[in-house]
Design a protein around this ligand. Structure first.
Ligand SMILES: O=P(O)(O)OC[C@H]1O[C@H](OP(=O)(O)OP(=O)(O)O)[C@H](O)[C@@H]1O
Ligand code: HPA
Ligand SMILES: [Mg+2]
Length: 165
């Protein structure tokens, strides 16, 4: 059987997301001042809101990129770029996303805003060189389950999981 591309799973709770996004804000405050935030939708919207609150930034825009159908990566589609924003070449601006995985999204957005500071909450090794600041690294074969994608449900006791495995 072909090896599953993601054989580890890393669920993230809302509290963890909040704590890590605040930790990112602490890292970013001394690197500013920041003129504004560009959130990469949709995943970047939640950490961008938390960071905007902590750094008292009220100028927020979006770049809308979509490149995954659940865990399947496909060609990245830019639904909206920076046209209409006043971010220019990105100087003094923060780009925020939930994570960098292969780095494909980061490459696209960096081309639009070459002087911006790119920050994510999570990073995988392949994308890590493309971000300026991040908080937590996970391995490339780990799928991060964000709190907006999951819900509380029954979990099998470990003994049962082992018997089935
Ligand atoms: O480094 P990469 O391999 O490009 O992957 C990272 C990107 O993929 C996810 O977004 P996705 O395209 O799934 O859209 P979403 O944020 O709307 O869920 C995630 O939020 C990042 O933006
Ligand atoms: O590990 C991940 N989790 C959620 N969304 C993602 N988009 C790319 N990689 C991931
Ligand atoms: Mg995204």
């Amino acid at each position: 059987m072909a090896e599953a591309p993601f054989n580890k799973h890393f669920p993230v709770s809302w509290e963890e997301m909040h704590r890590n996004a605040k930790a990112l804000a602490w890292r970013l405050i001394d690197k500013g001042p920041w003129k504004g935030i560009i959130a990469i939708t949709r995943g970047g919207l939640v950490p961008a809101a938390i960071i905007a609150r902590e750094l008292e930034i009220r100028m927020i825009d979006t770049v809308c990129v979509s490149s995954y159908d659940h865990q399947n990566q496909r060609e990245a589609m830019v639904l909206k770029g920076t046209e209409g924003s006043n971010a220019g070449d990105g100087e003094g601006w923060l780009i925020i996303d939930d994570l960098v995985d292969t780095g494909k999204t980061a490459v696209i957005v960096r081309k639009m805003l070459p002087k911006a500071h790119f920050a994510t909450v999570y990073a995988k090794p392949a994308g890590r060189p493309l971000v300026d600041t991040f908080i937590t690294e996970v391995s490339q074969d780990t799928w991060i389950h964000f709190p907006w994608d999951i819900e509380l449900q029954f979990s099998q006791p470990i003994a049962k999981q082992r018997n089935n495995g």
